[in-house]
Design a protein around this ligand. Structure first.
Ligand SMILES: [Zn+2]
Length: 419
């Protein structure tokens, strides 16, 4: 009856004890005697070591499987080896096989934290992460995980900060922007990682990519120029709007400093205006609008902040245009207008960037990348941040993010053997 409850093939239950809130089941295997891997001769039992594995909870209690593992020895002097029964637990992992698969599903598919799952099983963080890594690696390396991709995006993401100086660790996410699927993650935010990754794909796969989305940064442009020369580059609207907002912010802080001689304090008009300025104009009600006008009248004597704010709103309006040709004209003219001498230097700088990237910006209007690349990428970033931000080890970070946002084939989980 015990064996039936334990539910493992070819094992003898030696003992069941209860310690604290845990049930501890001691087993040994009763499989046949293997032969020596070196000389193929008969082997003898050398000794037995008890290995404790965290198992799935049993009747509401946490369970530990204590496995008396046989160490076999060869009498002719080839040495010794430990029995290997992956159906019970993979070598080196501290979870039973079934607990390892369950943990991978919880952490990977359902996005639960490693700590939570470790607490369910009554084991440590590393025991769970190691198992998720071992089973998960097979799922994320599955060659069929993603099919043909026609729109690929690159996006930099802060992974964690480490050490005394909170040194930033960056990664580059490679995304199918049409399917909203995370394809892979490489270390760093330079061109070399994505170049290498794309270089590992078959030429035929690369040839199918028609759209390549990027932020307004040189390295990713270099990646696409080199690796996907025929794909149309599309600037991510999110990054352009973000740039316009950060230029507005820069301008506000400079004017603040020049007019009052110090950084923003809570009663300074420009400091009080900072939230109203970043908000989308159509989302301000009449009172908010009036308040913003009043604060700018008080704190912005030369109208510079007002101009930077206007520039930000105009940049946002680029994405209201539905006609590609109209967008071309509009964006080209905008780049020139913003570089006018009457504009503050921050707006001039925005104008130069728009001029340099105008083809990529208006390519968005021609690319029928559904919902725009913005949403796909930013939703993924949010999902990944939720489950993986702060994980310092890159391999663990990659596995967690890909299991959660990379659409592995979960049906495979039942059939794979861990790496
Ligand atoms: Zn031997």
């Amino acid at each position: 009856m015990c064996e039936l409850l334990v539910g493992l093939p070819e094992v003898t239950v030696l003992d069941v004890t209860e310690t604290g809130e845990r049930v501890r089941v001691m087993i040994e295997t009763r499989g046949g005697r293997p032969s020596c891997p070196s000389c193929s001769g008969p082997v003898v039992v050398k000794d037995r070591n008890v290995v404790e594995l965290a198992d799935l909870p049993c009747f509401g209690r946490r369970a530990v499987l204590a496995w008396r593992k046989v160490r076999w020895g060869c009498p002719t002097g080839c040495g010794s080896f430990t029995e290997d029964t992956p159906a019970i637990g993979a070598a080196r992992l501290r979870l039973t096989d079934r607990a390892g698969r369950w943990a991978t599903l919880q952490v990977g598919r359902h996005g639960r934290s490693v700590n939570e799952v470790a607490s369910d099983l009554g084991c440590g963080w590393h025991a769970v992460m190691d198992a998720v890594g071992a089973y998960g690696k097979v799922l994320v390396d599955d060659p069929d995980r993603f099919g043909d991709v026609t729109a690929v995006g690159l996006d930099e993401t802060l992974r964690c900060r480490v050490g005394q100086w909170r040194h930033q660790q960056w990664t580059t996410q490679i995304v199918d922007v049409q399917a909203g699927q995370l394809l892979d993650i490489v270390e760093g935010r330079s061109a070399s990682g994505p170049i290498e990754w794309l270089g590992q794909r078959p030429q035929q796969w690369r040839d199918q990519i028609r759209w390549a989305t990027l932020d307004l940064s040189g390295p990713y442009r270099k990646v696409f120029n080199l690796m996907l020369p025929d794909a149309t580059q599309v600037a991510d609207p999110f990054h352009l709007v973000k740039l316009a907002s950060s230029k507005l912010d820069e301008c506000r802080r400079r004017v603040q400093n020049e007019t009052l001689g110090h950084r923003g304090r809570k009663d300074d008009p420009l400091y009080r205006a900072r939230r109203l300025l970043t908000k989308a104009h159509e989302r301000l009600d009449e009172a908010g609008d009036a308040k913003l006008v009043g604060l700018l009248d008080a704190g912005d004597p030369r109208g510079e902040v007002r101009m930077a704010w206007h520039a930000k709103e105009v940049v946002r309006s680029i994405y209201q245009i539905t006609n590609g040709e109209l967008a071309d004209e509009y964006v080209t003219q905008l780049g020139i207008d913003l570089q006018d001498d009457s504009c503050p230097p921050e707006v001039n700088s925005l104008g130069r960037t728009i001029g340099r990237w105008r083809h990529q910006i208006t390519a968005w209007h021609r690319a029928h990348v559904t919902n725009g690349p913005t949403e796909a990428i930013n939703n993924l970033v949010k999902r990944i941040k939720r489950v993986a931000f702060g994980i310092t080890n890159f391999a663990n970070y990659r596995i967690r993010a890909l299991l959660y946002a990379g659409r592995p084939n979960w049906d495979l989980l039942a059939t794979i053997t861990p790496h």
